[in-house]
Design a protein around this ligand. Structure first.
Ligand code: ATP
Length: 450
């Protein structure tokens, strides 16, 4: 089956919509911005929090035996020696000798790599190694003893807390530890909006298993992670697996697959599922001098667990959710609407509430209904402009449900419930709105396929 067709121009439209409607702004905007750093605005921070919550619920609530953690960004410098990051966390940097533009060597085409020419056709400098970790100093004195790194991944915070978690909870192997947090990489080239940035957020889950069961759990987590994206309402023909070949495998990995999404700029990594073996725990045992083996009480067996990791970017997921939801939809013969088909569970606003007109007590009635719904849903009250325009404003930010209060509401206590995707409208008693919307969120399936 051939890939769906994507249009690279859509990226510009998404970036502009994000700025215009308050999803994502350039960082330090009033100073002209900072290269590829972004701030999440009122709608963007809601969207990001909800995507995070969707993942967190999936991992810690839906799956048994997964507990949460929130480790510090700053860690003991020895952590990064043990993990291999000091020695190995490099990219090969090359420079166009004419324009001085920098590239990641592995991001060039095979032909460019072999002929050592840049995309502009100029000679490239010899590749040199570039460590991606940000260095800083802890404490007032700048000396080598105080040099620390901003964590380039959240995973290590989980490994170094393995013993703490085993000792303080009742978890038994196989079990997982989930964490969401910031990570920092001094990327050679940042691009594609929030896809690749130097400061980003990850959602990682490390699953500790008996060494004899690593392959079984690896397969299990591959299946689970793909099913998660389906639950999130992502179009499945835009997701695929990409296996790491033997020469692409990271130093710690026995097997690795990426989940790739078809972004407007092409297929790119969204998440990695890795079999990390006992590399991490054995290295941290060695470097810390602490015994990190696990004792299986029942079998009286002591062993170093293997780790199956699922590592997704949160900020990258937000871009994927935006790109997947974005549509310019033809309505009738001469109308086009911009709509974001977010899954209702992650939409920044769940319900828009409008009075048909401001007068005759309809505004007060709509306000009252909106205030009640606020207890359980994220709502937005809007009384400005024609009703059709108010619907369109909500479509553009992905609000899945709108409620309109009209003259009939006063008579029979019903309202119009309008669905974003189908634009269908139904009458619903005011007393049943909350239940109906909860059901709609639970059973949501995207209807529009474009
Ligand atoms: P790449 O090879 O593209 O640099 P990676 O394979 O090193 O990425 P991982 O270390 O596996 O990436 O990171 C796990 C996840 O973290 C990625 O799948 C991605 O979603 C996210 N991620 C990694 N680097 C960045 C970044 N610079 N900006 C945003 N998200 C990132």
């Amino acid at each position: 089956m051939s890939d769906p067709v994507v249009d690279p121009k859509v990226m510009d439209e998404i970036v502009s919509l994000c700025k215009r409607r308050g999803f994502i702004f350039p960082s330090s905007d009033i100073y002209g911005g900072l290269a590829s750093a972004w701030d999440y605005g009122p709608l963007g921070s809601e969207l990001k929090n909800r995507v995070q919550r969707f993942w967190w619920r999936e991992m810690t609530q839906i799956h048994e035996n997964i507990v949460g953690l929130d480790a510090s960004i700053m860690m003991h410098p020895r952590v990064w020696e043990a993990s291999g990051h000091v020695e190995n966390f490099d990219d090969l940097l090359v420079e166009d000798t004419v324009t001085n533009e920098r590239f990641r060597f592995d991001h060039l085409t095979q032909e460019q790599q072999e002929s050592m020419t840049s995309p502009a056709g100029n000679p490239l400098s010899a590749p040199r190694k570039f460590n991606l970790m940000f260095k800083t100093n802890l404490g007032p004195v700048e000396d080598t003893a105080s040099t620390i790194f901003l964590r380039p991944e959240t995973a290590q915070g989980i490994y170094v807390n393995f013993k703490n978690v085993v000792q303080t909870t009742r978890v038994k192997v196989p079990f997982g530890i989930a964490q969401v947090g910031k990570a920092f990489r001094n990327e050679i080239v940042t691009k594609n909006f929030i896809f690749r940035t130097c400061e980003f957020e990850q959602m990682e889950m490390q699953y500790f298993v008996h060494p004899s069961e690593d392959e079984k759990w690896f397969d299990y987590w591959r299946e689970q992670r793909m099913a998660y994206y389906e639950k999130l309402g992502i179009r499945m023909d835009r997701l695929r697996w990409q296996e790491h070949g033997p020469d692409e495998l990271a130093h710690y990995a026995k097997a690795a697959y990426d989940i790739e999404y078809l972004f407007p700029f092409g297929w790119s990594e969204l998440e990695g599922v890795h079999n990390r073996t006992d590399f991490d725990l054995s290295r941290h045992s060695e470097f810390s001098g602490k015994d990190l083996t696990y004792l299986d009480d029942e079998k009286k067996e002591r062993f170093l667990p293997y780790i199956v990791e699922t590592s997704a970017g949160l900020t990258r997921s937000v871009l994927m959710v935006l790109a997947d939801a974005y549509e310019k939809e033809q309505v009738g013969e001469n109308d086009v609407r911009t709509v974001l088909h977010f899954h209702p569970a992650v939409a920044p606003i769940t319900i828009g509430v409008f009075p048909l007109v401001k007068k005759d007590g309809l505004a007060d009635l709509a306000r009252e209904i909106e205030r009640d719904l606020r207890e359980d849903f994220s709502t937005f009250y809007d009384q400005g402009g024609a009703i059709g325009r108010r619907y369109r404003r909500q479509d553009e930010i992905g609000t899945p449900f709108c409620i309109t209060v009209d003259y009939d509401t006063k008579e029979d206590q019903t309202v119009t419930l309008r669905f974003r995707d189908s634009m269908e409208q139904v009458r619903v008693p005011v007393s049943e709105i909350a239940t109906r919307i909860r059901e709609e969120i639970k059973s949501y399936k995207r209807t529009s396929d474009s």
